[in-house]
Write a protein that binds this ligand. Structure first.
Ligand code: UD1
Ligand code: CA
Length: 453
C-alpha cells in the first residue's frame, strides 16, 4: 500500500507574498495541486499534506482523493515535518515523500522510485547538477554505496564538490520511518531535524539505499521565487506545445503559447502567437486561430476560423464558423455551422443558426436565432429591464436592419424584415416588414446657425 506525504508547511519568504508559496500557480493551477494530481494518479491509499504557514488557505484551495491535512505548528525541519504524519501511516505501507513546491514531478519517475522499495531497501531520487550549490550532497563510498546525505551547510570542502544531489524525494517503508524519525536530532548547523539524516541511519542498519533518477531534470526543480516560477511555467508550456505539435498542430511560435487546462486538437490546426487556452478546449480539424485570442472551455468544430483578439468562454462552435476579429462569445453561446460573428460583437446565452451572420457591433443575449438570418450592424437585444432577463426569438430567414433595438421579450417570424433604426417592441408575424421609427421630415432651405451672429 502506498501512502504519500507532501511537505507544504514552509512560508516561501522569497516569493514576497501574502499567499502561501504552494498556492502560487503554474499553468493557472497551484503548485501543490499539481503534486496532488500526481498523487491521485499513483493511486495513493492516503495522501497527507503537512501544512503550517497559511494552513487554512491551503486547506481550502486544493483537493485530492483520500486527503488528510496534518499541521506542523513550528517548522523545525523536513524530518520534523514528516514526523507529524507518522501516527497516520499504516505499518505495512510504503511512504513516498514529496514537496508542495516541486510541481513538475512525473508519475513515471515516482512509480520507478516506489518500485525499488522493499523490506531491505529504500528509494532515493537523486540528480546530477552542474551547479549543486544549496542542495544536500549524496555521499558514496568507494564501492558506490550511498552512505549519507550531507547538507550544503554541513558539508566539508570535498563534499561540496559532489555533483550528485538529493532531490528530497524518497520512498521508504513506514515501519522504518517509525524507527528513524523519532531518533533524529537537531545537532547540525541549521538546528533542524533533517529528513536526510535517515539515510545515514538506514546505512548503519545495513539497508540498501537505491537511487533512481528523474526522466528529466526539470521534474525535481523547486520554486523559491517568482523567477523560478516563470522558468518552470515555460518548461511546462513547452511540454504541452510539443505534444500539440506532435499531433499535427502548427504553433507559429511555441514560446508564445499558453495552455492553463486541457486542449485537444484535430489535424492541421494553426494557432498564431499569444493565445491563451483555459479549462477544457477542443478543436476540430483545420481550425485556425489568429493572434491574441483567449479561449476557455470551448468546443470548436472543423474548419473554424477564429480571428485575432477574440475572447471565447463556455461556447460551442459548429463547423465552418468564422468569428472575430475582436468578438466575444460568452457562456452558452452556441453557433451553428457556417455562422459568422464579426468584429465587436458580443453573444451571450444565445443560439445562432446555420449560415446566420452577426457581422458588426452587436449585442445578442438570451436569443434564439434561426438559420440564414442576417443581423445588421449595431443591433442590440434589449434583454434586461434592470431586474429580469427576457428572451428574443428570431425565426429563419430574417433580415434585421442596422441599429435595431429588439426589446425583449419579442419574436420575429420567418422571413421578417426589420427596417434600420427600429425599436421593435411587439412581435412581428411571418413575412412582414417592421418599421418602428419616426418618419423622416425634410425642411427645405435650412439655414445653419453661424458664429458671426
Ligand atoms: C531539502 C533537502 C536537501 C535537498 C533539497 C532539494 C533536507 C534536510 N534537505 O533542502 O537535501 O537537496 O531539499 O530541494 O531535507 N518544510 C516543511 N517543514 C519544515 C521544513 C521544510 O514543510 O519544517 C518543507 C518546505 O516548505 C519546503 C520543503 O519542505 O517545501 C523543503 O524544505 P527546505 O528547508 O527548503 O529544504 P532545503 O533546504 O531546500
Ligand atoms: Ca532549509
Amino acid at each position: 500500500m502506498l501512502e504519500i506525504v507532501i511537505l507544504a508547511a514552509g512560508k516561501g519568504t522569497r516569493m514576497c507574498s501574502e499567499l502561501p508559496k504552494v498556492l502560487h500557480t503554474l499553468a493557472g493551477k497551484p503548485f501543490l495541486q499539481h503534486v496532488l494530481d500526481r498523487s491521485d494518479e499513483l493511486a495513493s491509499a492516503n495522501t497527507f499534506v503537512v501544512v503550517g504557514h497559511g494552513a487554512e488557505m491551503v486547506r481550502k484551495n486544493v483537493r485530492a482523493k483520500q486527503l488528510t491535512f496534518v499541521e506542523q505548528l513550528d517548522q523545525l525541519g523536513t524530518g520534523h515535518a514528516v514526523k507529524q504524519a507518522l501516527p497516520h501511516f499504516s505499518g505495512e505501507s510504503t511512504v513516498l515523500i514529496l514537496y508542495g513546491d516541486v510541481p513538475l514531478i512525473s508519475t513515471e519517475t515516482l512509480s520507478a522510485l516506489v518500485d525499488v522499495v522493499t523490506e531491505k531497501a529504500l528509494g532515493l531520487l537523486t540528480v546530477n547538477l552542474q551547479n549543486p550549490t544549496g542542495y544536500g550532497r549524496i555521499v558514496r563510498d568507494s564501492t558506490g554505496t550511498v552512505q549519507a546525505i550531507v547538507e550544503q551547510k554541513d558539508a566539508d570542502k570535498d563534499e561540496l564538490l559532489i555533483s550528485e544531489v538529493n532531490t528530497g524525494v524518497l520512498a521508504v517503508k513506514a515501519k522504518d520511518l517509525k524507527v528513524w524519525l523519532p531518533a533524529l536530532s537537531d545537532d547540525n548547523v541549521q538546528k533542524e531535524y533533517l529528513l536526510t539524516d535517515i539515510i545515514a541511519m538506514a546505512n548503519k542498519e545495513g539497508k540498501e539505499i537505491v537511487t533512481t533518477q528523474p526522466s528529466q531534470t526539470f521534474e525535481v526543480l523547486g520554486v523559491n521565487n517568482r523567477i523560478q516560477q516563470a522558468e518552470l511555467e515555460r518548461v511546462f508550456q513547452s511540454a504541452i506545445a510539443g505534444r500539440l505539435m506532435e499531433t499535427g498542430v502548427t504553433l507559429l511560435d511555441p514560446s508564445r503559447f499558453d495552455c492553463r487546462g486541457e486542449i485537444t486538437a484535430g489535424k492541421d490546426c494553426i494557432i498564431d502567437v499569444n493565445c491563451v487556452f483555459e479549462g477544457d478546449v477542443s478543436l476540430g480539424d483545420g481550425v485556425t486561430i489568429g493572434p491574441n485570442c483567449h479561449i476557455k472551455d470551448a468546443k470548436i468544430g472543423n474548419n473554424v476560423e477564429i480571428k485575432s483578439h477574440t475572447v471565447i468562454e463556455s461556447a460551442t462552435l459548429g463547423n465552418d464558423v468564422a468569428v472575430g476579429p475582436f468578438a466575444r462569445l460568452r457562456p452558452q453561446a452556441v453557433l451553428g455551422d457556417k455562422a459568422k460573428i464579426g468584429n465587436f460583437v458580443e453573444i451571450k446565452k444565445s443560439k445562432i443558426g446555420v449560415n446566420s451572420k452577426v457581422s458588426h457591433l452587436s449585442y445578442v443575449g438570451d436569443a434564439k436565432i434561426g438559420d440564414n438570418v442576417n443581423i445588421g450592424a449595431g443591433t442590440i437585444t434589449c434583454n434586461y429591464d434592470g431586474v429580469n432577463k427576457f428572451p428574443t426569438t428570431i425565426a429563419d430567414g430574417v433580415f434585421v436592419g442596422s441599429n435595431t433595438a429588439l426589446v425583449a421579450p419579442v419574436s420575429l417570424g420567418e422571413n421578417v424584415t426589420v427596417a434600420a433604426g427600429s425599436v421593435v417592441t411587439v412581435d412581428v408575424p411571418d413575412d412582414a416588414l417592421a418599421v418602428a421609427r419616426s418618419r423622416q421630415r425634410n425642411i427645405d432651405g435650412w439655414v445653419r446657425p453661424s458664429k458671426d451672429d
